[in-house]
Design a protein around this ligand. Structure first.
Ligand SMILES: O=C(O)[C@H]1O[C@H](OP(=O)(O)OP(=O)(O)OC[C@H]2O[C@@H](n3ccc(=O)[nH]c3=O)[C@H](O)[C@@H]2O)[C@H](O)[C@@H](O)[C@@H]1O
Length: 462
């Protein structure tokens, strides 16, 4: 239940708008409000009791939380705490941490099990890319600790399923927000991480018009909070983080190279990722943090993100619902350099493996540190119309397509990565074409959701 919902639910019965109005007028007098409520229906009493209940729960949780004493110490960390608290309320999840049992789990998850292995803090570990990266690191014997806020930007039950997968692989995911500075400090204190794979972010290009502040919260404030913790840690970890192909914005030179302009973002999402790259520069420059930004190009695959077109197209095609396919104003299709998750994981692990150590000691730079930016794309753009045709063939269902001109929603018409830099420095060689990758995605999707509609449509068409 959201706080806004709570605040709007106080007062009289929903079926008596007149009474509601009067109560609003006197709502500044709590005694009068109490008296009025006493004479009201049981519905009103219930509402009042639940309000008191939630307030009591809020206070209890606040004072019991291990981070509350730290949080009260400074007003900025207090506001970080309360914002993460609000977020966890919204997701009706608990984000308690601390204690010897908890520290034991943290250490055990982060324990390195191969010679010269890495110990990596993966933020956004229950996210799409975060899950795959955590599993791949764990498989090769690296120590991995996850951090995730489990927010409700998309179905949190999918994140919980990914968490179960991670749990079975021995990866513990701490529940918390990257803006919770005391928590970050604690994690970096308990484990001397060699690397941070920072994948927690507010993703999605078009959603930025609906909820702009969530982008500032996660992609700007959250990144600063993470880098602050990293620069003060002993040792300073090397940071590899997810930037985005969207930073190329209105760039028309193709394929997109790291040397091209990125100062014309087309969406707030892109602007926050671009700002992240500049923020990374300052932390590298002042504190000697080794930082690598990876510009991902429309990553897709099993365990993917339900807010992305390939995912919800699959869902809607199976349900027989119409899908909206964007086209450019001149009638040409929009296209994306769709990149398969396994290729991205290889690129990211190579970025971790080639990251040099940060140079700062006790928050002071001791010498120049590595600062890198790489495109991780597939180098082969595919029109969205073709994406739909592939899905139709794989699902054996015809899509109900509505082709419309691309709305002014922050989307760009075309993306295409030049990956020669990543090829040279990371040995990055994507190997999965869209058809092969979507086949794996569809197989996973049908397995995961086992949709009745799909079974019905197959049996009726055969
Ligand atoms: O490469 C990136 O940097 C970005 O890739 C994706 O963003 P996007 O490429 O817009 O991916 P989708 O939202 O899945 O859209 C894919 C294509 O489908 C099109 N589309 C989307 C939605 C829709 O209803 N119809 C439609 O034709 C879009 O215009 C786009 O060309 C991710 O959502 C971003 O988080 C990520 O940072």
């Amino acid at each position: 239940m959201s706080l806004s919902h709570l605040s709007s639910s106080g007062g009289g019965s929903p079926s008596s708008p007149g009474k509601l109005k009067t109560e609003k007028h006197h709502s500044h007098n709590p005694r009068l409000l109490l008296l009025r409520l006493k004479n009201h229906s049981s519905y009103s009493k219930l509402t009042l009791y639940s309000l008191f209940g939630v307030a009591a729960l809020f206070l209890t949780l606040f004072f019991l939380s291990p981070s509350s004493s730290n949080s009260i110490a400074s007003s900025s960390s207090y506001s970080s705490y309360s914002s993460s608290f609000r977020r966890s309320l919204r997701t009706s999840s608990s984000s308690s941490w601390g204690g010897s049992e908890w520290e034991k789990k943290v250490r055990s998850s982060a324990r390195v099990r191969r010679a010269d292995g890495l110990s990596v803090l993966v933020t956004g570990a229950a996210g799409f890319v975060g899950t795959h990266v955590s599993l791949a690191l764990k498989r090769r014997g690296d120590g991995v600790l996850g951090l995730d806020s489990f927010n409700d930007y998309y179905d949190p039950s999918l994140k919980r399923s990914r968490q179960s997968l991670l749990d079975r692989a021995g990866v513990f995911v701490v529940e918390g927000d990257i803006n919770d500075s005391p928590l970050l400090r604690k994690l970096l204190d308990v484990v001397p991480f060699s690397h941070v794979a920072h994948l927690a972010a507010q993703a999605g290009v078009r959603y930025a018009m609906k909820n702009p502040s969530s982008y500032v919260h996660s992609n700007i404030a959250g990144l600063v909070s993470l880098l602050e913790a990293a620069k003060s840690a002993e040792p300073q970890p090397a940071v590899v983080w997810a930037s985005s192909s969207s930073v190329y914005g209105l760039n028309t030179r193709v394929p997109f190279s790291e040397a091209h302009r990125t100062d014309r973002p087309a969406s707030l999402y892109a602007a926050t990722k671009k700002a992240g790259e500049e923020i990374a520069h300052t932390y590298n420059h002042i504190y000697g943090l080794s930082i690598t930004a990876l510009r991902f190009f429309t990553v897709y695959g099993p365990w993917g993100r339900p807010d992305m077109a390939y995912y919800f197209f699959t869902k809607d095609i199976l349900k027989g619902k119409p899908i909206t396919v964007f086209q450019a104003p001149d009638g040409s299709s929009v296209a994306r350099d769709f990149t398969y998750i396994d290729d991205i994981v290889h690129g990211l692990l190579a970025a971790l493996d080639t990251a040099e150590k940060s140079t700062g000691v006790r928050g002071k730079k001791q010498g120049p540190a590595q600062l890198r930016v790489y495109n991780l794309g597939n180098t082969s753009p595919v029109p969205v119309t073709e994406l739909v045709s592939i899905l139709e063939r794989l699902l054996k269902v015809k899509a109900n397509k509505k082709v419309v001109n691309m709305p002014a929603n922050g989307d760009v018409q075309f993306t295409h990565a030049n990956i020669s830099l990543a090829q040279r420095d990371l040995g990055y060689h994507p190997t999965t074409d869209l058809k092969t990758g979507l086949k794996k995605f569809v197989k996973w999707y049908l397995d995961y959701y086992n949709p009745i509609t799909y079974k019905t449509s197959r049996s009726s068409s055969s």
